[in-house]
Design a protein around this ligand. Sequence first.
Ligand SMILES: *Cc1c(COP(=O)(O)O)cnc(C)c1O
Length: 403
Amino acid sequence: MAYSSGRTYLAIPGPSVVPDRVLNAMHRASPNIYEGEIVEATYGIVADLKRVAMTKHHVAIYIANGHGAWEAAFTNMFSRGDKALVAATGVFGLGWAEMARKMGVDVEVMDFGKSSPVDPQRIAEALAADKAHAIKAVLMTQVDTASSALSDIAAVRAAIDAAGHPALLAVDAIASIGCDTLRMDDWGIDVVVGASQKGLMLPPGLAFVWFSDKALEAGRNSDLRTPYWDWQLRGLGEHFYHFFGGTAPTAHLFGLRESLTMMLDEEGIEAVWARHDRLARSVWAAFDAWGAGSNAIAMNMADARHRGRSVTAARIGNAGAGALRKWLETEAGVTLGIGLGMAMPGEPGYDDYLRVAHMGHVNAHMVLGTLATMEAGLSALDIPHGRGAIEAAAAAFAGGKTK
Ligand SMILES: *Cc1c(COP(=O)(O)O)cnc(C)c1O
């Protein structure tokens, strides 16, 4: 008999849990899109989106998922044949690079593998060797959702500057914005891409590209630009109809207004980051305890300094991860993320990997509840594991120190 009746919980790295308040805000009749509330709200939303990324520059909103944000950034930044250096730390970085290549950008991939952050030193060396300044932009992923590797954006900007190189810095923050600390202007980021369904706590459907004046200038004559994705009108247009290049995404905007209010005006963005830090440390403490004394259970990122605070990728050997995911879903109503990019479906090892998301609208009872449910599954399935994980996770939440 299965015991999964009750509220289900989706703990995968996107889409994340949508707060009831946000769902309720979206549950409205279509508004007048020519004047009134939705028009006025949008100006405030644009201003608040800049507060989320900590920038005084610009933001363009698209009706798209994260892949749309990827493509939007490229159409505005590049001309066919431009050179880009992509620092990849997992499947998403590689995917972003592949998209650029397919669009006609001359892409050089610097692959840091599946369990390492970007090494800024290697970026500095590559740029120092580029005497002709052919590389137009360096691309990186703040948290690669497949590996959960967190890379140091400020250090990469420092490496670019130390090489005396004019390259733009573009960051995929889809899995990290609203979860991990991100300071676009302070860190010298030129382009940030994000999407609605992760830290911003909305259903999928909105994509965001924040861009600096420097990126705007550098891309002014980009020949990859197409009318729909043009960030000049989306981000700098004077009229409401410029923002969306067509009908406004009405329900999503009402939802976004609510989630931005929750994040910025009620909790505060620094408190949002601190909550994610505390919850991530609970998850890590549990995995440390489960994996103690054996190497069958281990987090993908060995060094806590290089772990993203929105998702934790881990290995539970002997197909334990697959069995545990299945048990959690059928017996307990909890869905964990599949492993991504470690082994392909059908390959041996595929069922050795999983990911636990802790992004967006999450608090201690959700995360500690998930961990305790995982502990129950490990016991039920006779998967060998170290003791004390739940105690350690609770202690990390109760007294968690911030790094
Ligand atoms: C989720 C994600 C994407 C892709 O977003 P989609 O909405 O699935 O297109 C890209 N990059 C990162 C880092 C992500 O986490």
